[in-house]
Ligand binder design. Sequence first.
Ligand code: NDP
Ligand code: HSE
Length: 435
Amino acid sequence: MRVIKIGLLGLGTVGASVIRILQKNKVAIEKKCGCSFEVIIACARDLEKARDCSLSGIILTTDPLEIVHHPEVEVVVELIGGTTIALGVLIEAIKNSKHVVTANKAVIALHGNELIETAKRNDVFLGFEAAIAGSIPVVKTLRESLAGNSIRKIVGIVNGTCNFMLSGMSESGYSFETILKEAQTLGYAEADPSFDVDGIDAGHKLAILASLAFGGAIQFEKVSIDGIREILVDDLVYANALGYKVKHLALAIKSTSGIELRVHPTLIPTGHILANIDGVLNAVLIDAEETGPLLLSGAGAGGDATASSVISDLVSLAAKPSQKQNIQRAEFQAKSDVSSEVNVLPIENIYSAYYLRIQALDKPGVLAEISQNLASSEVSIEAIRQQESHGDDGSVPIVIITGKITESAIANACKHIGNSDNVCGDIVRYRVESP
Ligand code: NDP
Ligand code: HSE
């Protein structure tokens, strides 16, 4: 039986799960694939640290390059994360004719165009299924299953940490800090969790998804990104009372003039299919002309869930047993045309309804003043509620759902409202959509 020898970079949450699953399901995998996968060498920074898997028979090193240059390693699996060491070792591995598999969305979003071209030139497989939405096979779905379709839109909940946090804040009233700590303990968050809560991780994933769906280069720098850091438990309660749930969405929407690429908290109707994707679950809603909407959902983070996608890439790599066929396979996997660019539309011109939370003094005429300011910016009001809770200064939160308006127009309206002496602090605004 063919044995595919793996060099594993990283023995953390995902790395340890890859070893554990390959060992636990060895017989079943061999039966299904007709070949065997064996981790022969692995690296970590601290070789004394206890690992959540058996390392028996695996050579251990602290030097990633030792793995890349190991003559018996056929595929390098990169699970270190970040963009410095990871990029260098991936490029070195590819140039050394090793196939590569990674769960690292940051490196693919920022350097994927270069990596794809280099993999193409060197006829090696570059797999990154695990980089997007944990366990969900969305890369394969877009590349293969939906290759014959014209995709109109992708809307995703693609960051498990954010979704877990919003669910915990909404269902149990946990504070932002408490629930973030829990997400970190469970292994969901990035090494630097600001990548999760500031929306950068979801932006990385969206840029990759858009390239797979619409073609052209990965354009992370064009994604408009807002995170969940400013969201209060109160916002979730107020939204709920108005019939909405707050979700951190990643949207790639195609029109005749280009594509929208945006990541932001969004109020969606409680009956929407994405509104009940809770906890660490992710979901990707793909709308294609031929199929209509298609929903993929599953665990979006965590060691075993992500390792499942890493192993799925290993199986794809192994699907063609001969060297020649392997090369054909590699060409298929790396065929994304990253040499062109799809036009990304400026966020300022995109229409949306908005949720506004305005902290204002509780005195006669203030509501009228706010309404007047919105009207003069041509913003209509769909719903308005003055909340009962008073701040120390006697101010109250006023919550408004607006009609549809452009980003630049609502920004302008909020600036006028914020200039009033009756308004305290910044105006909070989130989009309201039914995507
Ligand atoms: P961890 O931080 O748990 O693991 C990283 C591993 O890399 C550790 O074993 C660490 O060693 C090792 N490492 C770091 N720097 C070096 C270095 N310079 N030389 C050798 N080894 C090094 O990360 P995760 O497993 O959570 O994530 C890995 C990748 O998978 C990231 O790209 C992440 O974004 C991605 N991912 C993670 C998911 C998750 O749910 N956790 C889900 C989807 C993707 P040591 O243990 O000794 O510190
Ligand atoms: N930190 C990421 C998340 C890991 O929470 O979604 C999965 O990519």
